[in-house]
Design a protein. Sequence first.
Length: 416
Amino acid sequence: MKPTPAKSHYTFNLRDFSKIIQGLCLVTKKEIEQADQMMRLWAHETTRVLGDRLINDEDRMWMLGAISETTKISMGANFDLLFKHLDKTGNGKIESLDEYRANIFGDIFTPFGIPDRPYEEIMDKEKLIKAAEESLDRYNDMADSRMDLVLFNFAIEHLLRIRRILKQPGGHALCVGVGGSGRQSLTRLATKMGDFEIFQIEIKKVYTKVEFREDLKTLFRSVGGKGEPYTFIFTDNSIKEEGFLEDINNILNTGEVPNIFPADEKNDVQDSVRNAAKEENRCPEGTPQQLFAYFIERCKANLHIVMCFSPIGDSLRNRCRNFPSLVNCTTIDWFSEWPKDALESVAQKFLGDVDLEDDVRQSSVFMVQNFHTTTQESAKKFLKQKKRNYYVTPTSYLELINSFKRLLMEKRTEVA
């Protein structure tokens, strides 16, 4: 799995190993009672940290084979027996990614507002979907603007991945996917599940590095000074100047932007953490250096950056090369194409309110899903023959469904 121009983010180091161990430490002895569960958790964490950054099924199958082999050689366990509850085909083997996808751990069953959320194995799919929908309803009750999401299995898996990263102190995520794949919506929901606040910069007509740094100072005062956990959502559209990424790179690496606070503001920042440091007995002498170091430590623990970037074009590759912390200090979640069950769930939801007979509705669901998948296949052929990319995004799928609904309405009015 060496980096290539198309896979420039395939760089693995000891930080990734430590993330796997951190993931194993999310559980307590209450949730893990048997050695088999611990092995399944190890396989899950390894897949989350290393496997989620892989961009195609060929690499993911290699990864599955590597996990299976390691389970046998290093742990003396039979991989197929360990995951026999995931076997859909009944052949006694876990050979497909579709089967292995169902190995899931998370804290979604604990309601909002409870700080100690157990991280447990999730076996019951129905219960999982119900818990995700309840979380979405709770979010919509609390939030200013509602999110009309369809929580199919694929979306719930990504929701749990982002939630897992935010659960770890100083956990940062790089969500890579085309427009409309749900990166920002799922991040917002995962943030509220952990009772964090959301921070996002507003790009105005004049928005330079000066305004960006002022926004960062406000954020630092909240996470470091007040000790409030925040998720900072940073998207492609937020990058008005490439210099913004330099500051993000520094925050990911060291937890601060060097010399962001002038002397007078630095004194205010140090005073803001004095009482908290005293309570925790962290700065015995109370020197300015100790207080500022404690402030930065709190920033590191409470601030989570989630970057939502698109893989289209060369910009992602260039950014990863210029700012290595974007890969080294984050957990990558690659949003690949929606599978067929996801496309069907979305079509069922959006065509559910259209006045159609049941068999016609089913045919319509099949039709829009078929249009989308055949266009994806044609795009692959086009790339092979003409060496040009054509991107079929989830947004175009939703537009297709809305166009169908609009045309149907127009024609019905015409006929009436």
